[in-house]
Design a protein around this ligand. Structure first.
Ligand code: AMP
Length: 396
């Protein structure tokens, strides 16, 4: 086999996702996850050609995990097929408007963005350094969650705060899920027969973390997430938008400190917070069917906020060619798609119940009645493939 595959690495603080993909044929040879790194329960799970495997790697850190991954790739005869390593990096601040090769300057610039993503960027940097150690001959690239949104106009990314906070500390809206939006926008244009440079899309990336973006002529012109991924939509455990005075209110009323309030907004809110049941959309949907009131309310708020934000962002587009659903929830929940498309009927959307149900558990396609314009559709995101494509282009 020739050397044209890309190893994709996505490092979290205690986890590491990986895949080997051929960017030309889109074939995926292996994917997997090392999790609970740094603990006695650390483990490696993978799938090779559809076959699952796992291995305990007790107390492994990122270094040991990538070491174990290298052995796995050797056993699968994949090492010689890999041409480069592509890393997902969460925050590129204003320094990275696109993906790039890893250089000393790029590493420094990622380090300089650490204050914007203190949990994520250090883990991403560790992943790059360890991969350089185990794959010293291979070029490495970085692909950022934020860079796609660097095309947003200033009116969309500035907060109405003292300007010095932007100038001196980079306080502005950055947006996330950019790699997904870039992939999904391209796919949606192909599916709708649109030229990307003459297209107007609203895209909802709905997973455990959720955001929406307005994409005009292939470029992000607005998005719901902000300085951090907390802003915007209701998510699994994140609140989305709240009144910022909640901080002083909860401090005075409940005696919570900054860390407690930050945890509350990021880890105890959203679907989980309202339902007091689960952050998982499937569990919420099942509970709704059984008449669980708070699960029903959580779903009502989730859908209403999503429709309201999408409608609001339409001002950035001027017209809507397509409303795209993607991510674990967007690709699978016919219930949420139905509600949101119906709430947006003011824009002329008309749901096809049949087509929507057809994409109940995955699959791609239009879900509005065929004659109707604008169209709503389901697109399966593939961030790994996008990273592989970027990496292949950068090393070419
Ligand atoms: P992600 O973060 O993109 O992996 O998406 C995770 C979310 O997708 C979780 O809230 C899941 O409950 C949700 N999800 C996955 N499958 C389904 C399904 N069949 N119906 C509704 N939600 C789903």
């Amino acid at each position: 086999m020739s050397q044209e595959n890309i190893l994709i690495i996505n490092c979290g603080s205690s986890s590491l996702k990986f895949a080997v993909i051929n960017p030309q044929t889109e074939e995926e040879f292996i994917n997997g996850l090392a999790e609970r790194l740094g603990s006695p329960e650390a483990g490696l799970r993978w799938k090779i050609n559809g076959e699952k495997g796992k291995q305990a790697i007790a107390d492994a850190d990122h270094d040991a995990a990538i070491g174990a991954l290298l052995s796995l790739l050797r056993d699968a005869n994949l090492v010689e097929t890999i041409a480069a390593v592509g890393h997902r990096v969460v925050h590129g601040g204003e320094s990275f408007k696109e993906s790039c090769l890893v250089t000393d300057e790029a590493m420094q610039a990622i380090e300089d963005c650490t204050h914007l993503a203190p949990l994520h960027n250090p883990a991403n940097l560790t992943g790059i350094r360890v991969a350089q150690k185990y794959f010293p001959e291979l070029p490495q690239t970085v692909v950022f969650d934020t860079s796609f949104h660097q095309t947003m106009p200033k009116q969309a990314y500035m907060y109405a705060l003292p300007y010095s906070l932007y100038r001196e500390h980079g306080v502005r809206r950055y947006g996330f899920h950019g790699t997904s939006y870039r992939y999904v926008a391209k796919q949606a244009c192909e599916m709708l027969g649109l030229e990307e440079n003459n297209s107007a899309l609203l895209i909802a990336h709905l997973g455990n973390g959720a955001s929406a973006s307005a994409v005009l002529n292939g470029e992000s012109v607005d998005t719901t997430m902000g300085l951090t991924p907390l802003e915007g939509l209701v998510m699994g455990t994140r609140s989305g938008d709240v009144d910022a005075n909640l901080f002083s209110f909860l401090n005075k009323e409940c005696g919570y400190d900054i860390q407690q309030i930050t945890d509350l907004l990021n880890k105890k809110s959203g679907l989980l917070g309202i339902s007091e049941l689960s952050n998982d959309c499937r569990t919420i949907e099942e509970a709704m069917e059984e008449g669980h009131e708070q699960a029903t309310l959580a779903m009502d708020v989730f859908c209403y906020v999503l429709a309201k934000k999408l409608a609001g962002m339409s001002v950035a587009l001027g017209r809507i060619d397509g409303l795209v659903f993607t991510g674990g929830i967007g690709e699978n929940s016919d219930i949420i798609r139905k509600r949101v498309v119906e709430m947006m009927s003011i824009f002329g959307f008309e749901l096809s119940e049949e087509l929507n149900l057809k994409h109940r558990f995955g699959g791609e396609g239009v879900i509005t009645t065929n004659e109707q314009c604008p169209k709503a559709l389901v697109v399966a995101t593939n961030e790994e493939l996008m990273i592989a494509r970027d990496t292949a282009a950068l090393i070419a």
